[in-house]
Design a protein around this ligand. Structure first.
Ligand SMILES: [Zn+2]
Length: 645
């Protein structure tokens, strides 16, 4: 078994293909080129996170969940033959190769071999029982990642034949239902192949998908969903996952058109979602459909991981640092918050103000009573299959290549990037406990002295950052941009970046405040009682009830919040998003707000701020409150009312 396992690893270390490709004409250039999967390796806490994932649902789901069992249509069986197999693999492929886990790599090969060995003579891929183009969109994403990790020579011919088949059949069998809304995901795979083969027919196919697909630019330009969507108004246009995937539609299409209108449309979509549906965890509300600005509304886990993948794509195409800030906010808050620390259970919907996770009919747009409990497949099993891509794709996207022949640090996390620049091998080690600490140290190891630009993202919140090269302070980098260091790099050179993380208050629904420090959002620590609801194989479903009060307002000056908080740093656990031992705690003063109570088992309407005491002195006494990272707080208040201090 061990020898066999070792054999599986060989392709990951023997590749000599380029680690990145520029777009082929007539496509517009990317600002940054994504790196071939496995060029970036997670380290430190991020590798631990991936290992926890591998030891939890991601590594074991197929062993007991029938939809991924041996009867899956994607393994030649008669069972589930739609999106669940490809969804699972979209996360399992990068997880397996980034953790270099031989058991998971063997699983990946079993699944991929079936698809690679069973293309029909006409060119169809996957189960013939499925006649929907949509799940194949996902399988194509899986195949591109697999080819990058293994250089399997079967992938490119299979994709070439499939796209020719699709081009010949799209007129008689056009996109329908989900595929209409998600065309850009297939266009990405078409462009991936075009950059490798240069077949102009692929661009014709991309145009055909665009023509049959949803016009997301038009929806953002004249956005109809300005409130919570319920009832008959709810359809695939207002659907959270569709919109999360569409956050990359204009960017992907701008590569084909090279049009300023498409580039502007990228921002228009973020603008309207922010204006009508933004939440303090970095996401927009979508408890199936758009749900407005109230922090007791929810966001589906599929929407979280698809928004992350869209942001990784937008950042590569545009080079805009603000997409990195947004990506970190989602990845370091919304993602860990909605999955248990051991990765054995997840929610369908998370709420920024989430004071009870229980079977109850909440005020979702259209979701059911299981939606905020933690379990195997609460509400619906799509997230159970799709959630696995979140951490691994983030890890693979931490570094990208620049168009000017250098490297860019896109998102910060402990990692290592190994590639070749100008025919010279180079490795960069990124040593950091970011986002829990503010220092990032890069150690460069070019094979010999090498001149290239190194770009570093400076988050918009990192005002007055310190940047040192070999201990020598550099000019203060501008927040909200990529700073470029273009020089001769010698083996062992170091770059140190300190990103000052002062506590800040940001403004949300009903003039409430969210407390942020660096990329982390902080939430009220509410003690919890977990009650097991049911068990399926090794996976348990849980309700969580509060055992301490949650209805607090903070005492702060929102314009100058930092002096109101004491920052307490503690050691970083194997799972850093730990409730019992969080790496950072903020201590502040607060007051109970007795009239703020449960409504339909969620925190009721937020009292308007600033709050005023009804008499002097206030009848509610001042208490010390603790805030912990949002990702560690399964119960929490995140949008707080406040008394002005
Ligand atoms: Zn889902």
């Amino acid at each position: 078994m061990n020898r066999l396992a070792a054999l599986f690893l060989i392709p990951t270390v023997c590749l000599n293909a380029a680690d990145f490709l520029q777009n082929r004409a007539p496509l517009a250039p990317n600002s940054f080129q994504t790196l071939r999967l496995t060029t970036v390796k997670p380290r430190g806490w991020l590798l631990n996170e991936l290992k926890l994932q591998a030891n939890g649902l991601s590594g074991h789901l197929d062993e007991f969940w029938p939809d991924l069992g041996p009867n899956s249509g994607w393994l030649g069986g008669t069972g589930e033959s739609w999106e669940r197999g490809p969804y699972f693999l979209d996360g399992l492929v990068p997880l397996a190769f980034l953790t270099e886990n031989p058991v998971l790599i063997a699983k990946v090969k079993k699944w991929l071999n079936w698809t690679l060995d069973h293309q029909t003579p006409e060119g169809w891929i996957g189960p013939t029982k499925n006649q929907d183009w949509w799940p194949n969109f996902v399988m194509l994403k899986v195949l591109t990642q697999y080819e990058e990790a293994t250089a399997d020579p079967r992938v490119i011919p299979l994709m070439t034949k499939y796209f020719a088949y699709q081009a010949a059949h799209l007129d008689e069998r056009p996109l329908k239902e989900w595929a209409v809304y998600r065309w850009q995901d297939e266009v990405m795979s078409i462009l991936w192949l075009y950059n490798r083969t240069g077949d102009p027919a692929l661009l014709n196919l991309a145009h055909k998908l665009h023509t049959q697909g949803k016009d997301w630019n038009a929806q953002a330009a004249n956005f109809p969903y300005k409130d919570k969507v319920t009832g008959p108004e709810a359809n695939l246009n207002s659907h959270g996952v569709n919109n999360a995937q569409a956050l990359k539609a204009a960017a992907v299409w701008s590569l084909v058109t090279n049009s300023d209108a498409d580039r502007a449309a990228i921002y228009q979509m973020f603008r309207v979602l922010d204006e009508y549906h933004r939440l303090p965890n970095g996401m927009f509300s979508a408890d199936e459909h758009f749900a407005g600005l109230d922090p007791s509304q929810g966001t589906e886990l599929c929407t979280v991981v698809e928004a992350m993948f869209s942001l990784e794509t937008d950042l590569a195409i545009t080079g805009d640092a603000s997409f990195g800030d947004r990506l970190e906010k989602i990845a370091y808050n919304a993602l860990p918050a909605t999955i248990t620390e051991d990765f054995w259970a997840h929610q369908y919907d998370q709420q920024p103000n989430q004071v009870m996770c229980s079977l109850s009919k909440r005020d979702w747009s259209t979701n059911g009573p299981e939606s905020n409990i933690f379990g195997l497949e609460p509400n619906f099993g799509c997230c159970t299959a799709n959630m696995h891509q979140g951490w691994p794709k983030l890890a693979a996207s931490l570094w990208m290549a620049t168009s000017s022949g250098g490297l860019a640090a896109i998102v910060y996390a402990p990692s290592e990037v190994t590639t070749t620049l100008n025919h010279t091998p180079i490795k960069i080690e990124e040593e950091t406990d970011y986002p829990f600490r503010d220092k990032i140290k890069l150690v460069l190891h070019p094979a010999h002295p090498l001149t290239f630009p190194l770009k570093l993202r400076i988050p918009a919140w990192a005002v007055a950052a310190h940047l040192l090269v070999n201990g020598t302070e550099q000019p203060t980098p501008q927040a909200g941009t990529f700073v470029e260091l273009n020089r001769v790099w010698n083996p062992g050179d170091t770059v140190t970046l300190q990103l000052p993380m002062s506590v800040r208050a940001t403004e949300w629904f009903h003039n409430s405040v969210a407390i942020e420090r660096g990329p982390l959002v902080y939430s009220l620590k509410i003690n919890q009682s977990w009650r097991q609801e049911k068990q399926t194989g090794p996976s348990k479903d849980w309700e969580i009830f509060p055992t301490t009060p949650w209805n607090y307002a903070l005492l702060i000056d929102p314009k100058n919040a930092a002096p109101s908080f004491k920052v307490v740093e503690s050691s970083i656990q194997n799972q850093p998003f730990s409730f019992s031992a969080p790496p950072v705690t903020l201590v502040a003063q607060g007051r109970r707000v007795p009239e703020w109570q449960l409504e339909n088992d969620s925190a009721g309407p937020l009292p308007a701020s600033p709050m005023r005491c009804k008499k002097t002195p206030c009848s509610q006494q001042t208490e010390t409150v603790e805030l912990i990272p949002y990702g560690a707080a399964k119960l929490r208040i995140t949008a707080f009312p406040y008394f002005e201090q």
